[in-house]
Design a binder for this molecule. Sequence first.
Ligand code: CMC
Length: 383
Amino acid sequence: MITGNQNTDYARGLEGVVAAETRIGFVDGINGRLVYRGYNIEELAESSTFEEVSYLLLYGTLPTKAEFEKFTARLNADNRIDDHLFKALQECTKASHPMSALRTGVSYLGSMDKDSNKYDLPSQEAMGLRLMGKFPSLVAAINRSLQGKPMVRSNEPNYTVRFLEESFGKKPTEFETKVFRTALILHADHGMNASTFASMVTISTLSDMYSAITSAIASLKGPLHGGANEQALANLERIGSPKNADNIISEMLEKKEKIMGFGHRVYKVYDPRAKILKEYAKKLAEETGHSELFETAEEVERVMINKLGTKGIFPNVDFYSGIVYKSLGFDPRLFTPIFALSRISGWFARSFEYLHDNRLFRPRSMYKGEVGPLKYVPLQDRK
Ligand code: CMC
């Protein structure tokens, strides 16, 4: 006999379920607002730095000058990755996607941290800061591995500049720094998305911060989440020109294919992050000879809004970020690791916040299977 479970409170994919309280960030999906600790994302993207925003997410206020200096000193106290890890990253990137290398890299760093079995709050905080401090070098080293080039070690303390310098072996321009810093700020936190939830589920068992971030990276990898940026760009490149957009998008929709970079579980209006990135994508594309790519994107946006806007489907953050990263010179395979370079601050802040009033995540599933009791038949007697 097949029977259902008595519990009827079931939300597929936990849609609409409130599973935690937070003071960190608010995604207003109806009005298209993203708020970090009371600040609109547009305000922070224009005026702040990634380190300041990370401090804000983690501790609740923008830092004073002294707090900022102490915070960045902690981030940079031990910000290098070692040669063994670089060798492993080189092997990983030869074999598989860089997100797998990143997941392995964070797991390696956790295994090498002698404090990673301490679960008190100051130890969790210290682990998060150590890991975050190493992140620019870790992701840059993955980029160097992809390019088949040696690791670059910079003494630059700024998160954004160090990452760009170690990725390309030269100082970024002011404009490149501003664009990239903005992208980092825009991606830093975004409610209870899958990867943030994954990190919180892991930390709720009183596991360590490295394990929580490893879980988050594993879940960011998928194309329905962080992996969408890489695929959105691949789709635009395949479309190739604005004149092809209508036909190709229509065909894809007829085949019930999802168009990557569109739609959102929470936003039913234009994603505010996409608005900001679109401006930068336009400027960068013009400067780097990728204008046709940008124009194709604009046409895809027009076609999609025309067809699906009434359903609340608009460009999300991943639609224009790919053009920005490509124009800055990044290999598309690095796009999702770049997302992680930013989102680590949200994962860390939310896991740390959750630990202050921890309750083990332990939902139930609705059993739809056989309830029996069936009689066990030995292997040799089974037909
Ligand atoms: N292209 C075409 N149709 C879509 C799309 C899309 N990108 N997104 C949603 N739809 C349609 C979907 O086919 C469904 O149609 P119908 O009602 O006819 O069955 C309807 O809209 C609802 O779709 P859903 O998948 O149930 O909606 P959701 O709230 O679960 O979707 C989503 C959220 C992000 C999974 C989905 O929009 C999607 O798969 N988008 C493409 C992947 C993507 O860009 N992901 C990045 C999300 S933003 C970055 C982040 O926060 O991680």
